[in-house]
Design a protein around this ligand. Structure first.
Ligand code: KG4
Ligand code: ZN
Length: 331
């Protein structure tokens, strides 16, 4: 079964062609970061307008690279939430248009389900049940993936998402948006023990909090000025260590308490080098299996939506022309 996956929930216009929810034939991502960077974050109206311009060329490119045509496609899967309403609408309307024009079925997919199921695209992928931590710009949510379509939220952030903490910290430090990659790169040259930033592990549950960490960075910068050179690398490494420490601790603690052996990290922040290393290390120490998607499957892409759509279709879900974009869709 050939699935065309469409993703336009935020600032990436993405389309992919995936076979049987497992094999990626083509995966095209057109990012808008250059457009939003000068504003220091995603400007929703600019995002929707650019999706309109990019979406059909991106679909054509994906089909061309896969050496397929729309005739070969069996299902169109599209992110219908959560995300920016105007941005989501572009993908949803395109999916409906393509469906109407070709007679092919379409289905709306949840963006977080897409992140969680991206792991299905690696070799020796885990089957549910597994414990999945979605860490992205908009979400930091821990899910029990009990079966396809059965997800239980067991913990989340009380305030900022992990990616948001990265992006806000980058802004404080005068680094470009999005802040994850530049901080990650600088951190690799720094001392993670240079500054002891706070770790918020609120209560005996699986929630996390990052606003205190961001504020601690702000206080540090107010007191000492924006660091440069080695001091900047040290601050980035110390910040990164605090994020990775908190997330990996909560993930492993939840696995133990809930009795999971298979752990999955996903979402844009799952691209982070230290988070990947520390989660793997702590999982290994406790005899747990840590699964990490390759970096290109961590950040937003169409392939993960094709997988989520494929699984939804197999469960009997069908989109109809009343399908609405749901910016706050809770899974
Ligand atoms: O999943 P994603 O592409 O979009 C959302 O659904 O939000 O995640 C984007 C987030 C941004 O906040 C970005 O700074 C962060 O992922 N990110 C990283 C890294 N690469 C991207 N954070 C930490 N380390 C990275 N290497
Ligand atoms: Zn995402």
């Amino acid at each position: 079964m050939l699935v065309l996956g469409l993703e336009t929930s935020c600032d990436e216009t993405a389309a992919a062609v995936v076979e049987d929810g497992r094999r990626v034939l083509a995966d095209v991502v057109s990012t808008q970061v250059d457009i939003h960077r000068r504003w220091g974050g995603v400007v929703p109206e600019l995002a929707s307008r650019n999706h309109i311009v990019q979406v059909m060329p991106v679909v054509h490119e994906a089909l061309t690279r896969a050496q397929k045509t729309l005739d070969d496609v069996d299902l169109i899967a599209v992110t219908s939430g959560p995300g920016l309403i105007g941005a989501l609408l572009v993908g949803v309307q395109v999916a409906k248009g393509l469906s109407l024009a070709t007679g092919k079925p379409f289905v709306g997919a949840n963006h977080l389900e897409g992140h969680l199921l991206a792991i299905r695209l690696i070799e020796d992928a885990p089957e549910p049940p597994f414990l999945g931590l979605v860490v992205s710009g908009g979400h930091t949510s821990l899910y029990e993936v009990q079966a396809y379509g059965r997800y239980r939220l067991v913990g989340s952030t009380r305030d900022d998402a992990a990616g948001e903490a990265y992006d806000k910290t980058a802004r404080i430090l005068g680094l470009p948006y999005p802040g994850g990659l530049p901080i990650d790169q600088l951190a690799q040259k720094g001392d993670p023990e240079a500054i002891r930033f706070p770790r918020a592990l609120p209560g005996d549950n699986f929630d996390v909090s990052f606003s205190g960490l961001k504020t601690a960075v702000l206080h540090h910068v107010r007191k000492h000025g924006v660091p440069e050179g080695q001091a900047l690398a040290d601050l980035c490494a110390s910040f990164q260590e605090a994020v990775a420490d908190v997330l990996s601790k909560k993930l492993v603690a939840a696995a133990r308490r809930l009795g999971h052996k298979q752990l999955v990290l996903c979402g844009g922040v799952a691209a982070n080098s230290r988070l990947r290393a520390l989660c793997s290390e702590r999982a290994r120490e406790r005899g747990l299996n840590m699964y990490l998607p390759p970096v290109r499957l961590c950040t937003d892409n169409g392939a993960m939506i094709a997988v989520a759509g494929y699984e939804a279709y197999r469960r009997g879900l069908r989109g109809d022309f009343r399908l609405a974009a749901d910016p706050a869709w809770r899974m």
